[in-house]
Design a protein around this ligand. Structure first.
Ligand code: FAD
Length: 384
């Protein structure tokens, strides 16, 4: 039983009818000099009828960067007030609003480039779409503005080009709070996505909207996305091991808050990691307080830029392999959240190494042991 288990009345709000949540707090968790920006955002859910459990996500319906929209309008010499059709139901919006709120502008799909080639006289564009490898390379890190500015003049009307665009999808964020500890609130931990590509600074639509254009008192459209596959143990006695570097810490803040309220008796071990201890130890003070209070039993933190040899969460797991295996043998649940590309794979392989070594098992049997944990719901991942 979770601390938030109360009789639930379905909310009127949903993915298709999002709730306008008021921003209570929006602060940068990274210290001065950090190369990262991670926002801690607190939203009011008052009036939404929403409830959530640790492990669930919040969906945010974002809008595009107004500067990017202005650049597209300028390059194409389009009139911002032209009425355009935005969907198959023939609903319409003024062009500027449609580009701002309705269409995805920052990612280019193969399909968009192929269809755009039909609307252009550019030989280069026609050659590009004929070559699958070049197309893949072209779409990586480029956006609609690149496509429109590189391959004009366009023989197409604004309506034909807008018809190529796909709807801007909502973004999901792990809830970083427990409803039992923060009634009618939800907290998030959002890493601002910035990168340079093809000579221009690129900004993640939703994360940068939250970092740069969302002030306390503003509202944003949100909904709850239930995730039944990432849940605390049913009972309070079980131990938990949480591996959450970077923004992967988010659901574990929620877990720890929940276990404080529910007075869980099981032990809790957190592996955290980021670039630098001085600037990037997210929620450090809070976590140390939980450690003192005994809600957290152990924290192992790895900072990759503080030492010559890069240290990551999996290295700390390895260093503690005997104890980690002992926890698993005593029934601990193992959770991983964060980067799917590298971290989750490294942690997975390290876990097998540990089981193999400490359990004195063959590789095959160690893999079977981990599969067994997964089947029992004791190895859960929330990776993106
Ligand atoms: C279940 C789930 C939970 C999540 N929880 C969290 C969370 O708690 N906190 C959090 O911060 N995020 C979380 N995310 C990720 C989040 O949903 C967004 O994907 C993220 O914030 C980026 O969205 P954006 O709109 O800012 O960026 P977008 O506009 O979607 O841009 C990101 C895209 O840009 C491209 N890109 C990025 N870097 C480069 C580069 N260097 N070169 C070329 N292309 C690049 C990639 O295609 C990438 O997908 C979660 C995702 C899922 C699915």
């Amino acid at each position: 039983m979770q601390a938030t288990d109360v009789e639930k009345v379905p909310s009127l709000f949903s993915r298709t009818n999002p709730f306008q949540a008021r921003v209570l707090k929006n602060v940068n968790l990274n210290g001065e000099g950090s190369s990262k920006e991670t926002r801690h955002i607190e939203l009011s859910l008052q009036g939404s009828g929403f409830s959530y459990e640790p492990g669930d996500c919040l969906g945010i319906v974002p809008y595009n960067d107004p500067e990017l929209v202005t650049l597209i309008l300028e390059v194409m010499k389009w009139d911002a007030d032209t009425t355009v059709v935005i969907n198959k139901q023939n609903e319409t919006l003024p062009l500027k609003e449609a580009l701002l709120k309705h269409f995805e502008l920052t990612l280019l799909s193969k399909k968009i480039v192929q269809q755009a080639a039909e609307l252009s006289e550019s030989k280069e564009l026609k050659q590009l779409v004929a070559d699958a490898e070049k197309m893949k390379a072209y779409t990586h890190g480029r956006d609609l503005l690149d496509l429109l500015s590189e391959f004009g003049p366009w023989k197409a009307s604004v309506h034909e080009i807008v018809a190529l665009l796909r709807k801007l999808p909502p973004r999901l964020y792990s809830v970083a709070s427990s409803l039992a500890a923060n009634p009618e609130e939800v907290h998030l931990t959002i890493g601002a996505v910035h990168y340079m590509a093809h000579g221009r600074e690129r900004k993640g639509v939703c994360s940068v909207m939250c970092a740069e254009r969302l002030n306390e008192g503003d509202t944003i459209p949100v909904f709850i996305q239930v995730n039944k596959h990432f849940r605390l143990p049913e009972t309070l006695e079980h131990d938990i091991i949480m591996v959450g570097p970077g923004t992967g810490i988010a659901p574990f803040r929620s877990f720890i808050q929940e276990r404080t309220v529910s007075k869980a008796t099981g032990k809790a071990w957190l592996f955290f990691g980021d670039q630098r201890a001085a600037t990037d130890f997210l929620y450090q003070q809070e976590l140390e307080q939980y450690l003192q209070a005994g809600v957290l039993t152990k924290i192992d933190a790895a900072f990759s830029r503080d030492t010559d040899q890069k240290v990551y969460v999996q290295h700390n797991m390895q260093e503690n392999s005997r104890e980690l295996f002992a926890w698993l043998e005593r029934g601990a649940y193992f959770y991983v959240c964060g980067d799917k590309q590298n971290m989750a794979k490294d942690v997975h392989n390290t876990l097998i190494d540990i089981i193999e070594k400490e359990g004195q098992l063959s590789r095959e049997d160690a893999e079977a042991y981990l599969n067994g944990l997964q089947e029992q719901g004791r190895y859960q991942r929330d990776v993106y």
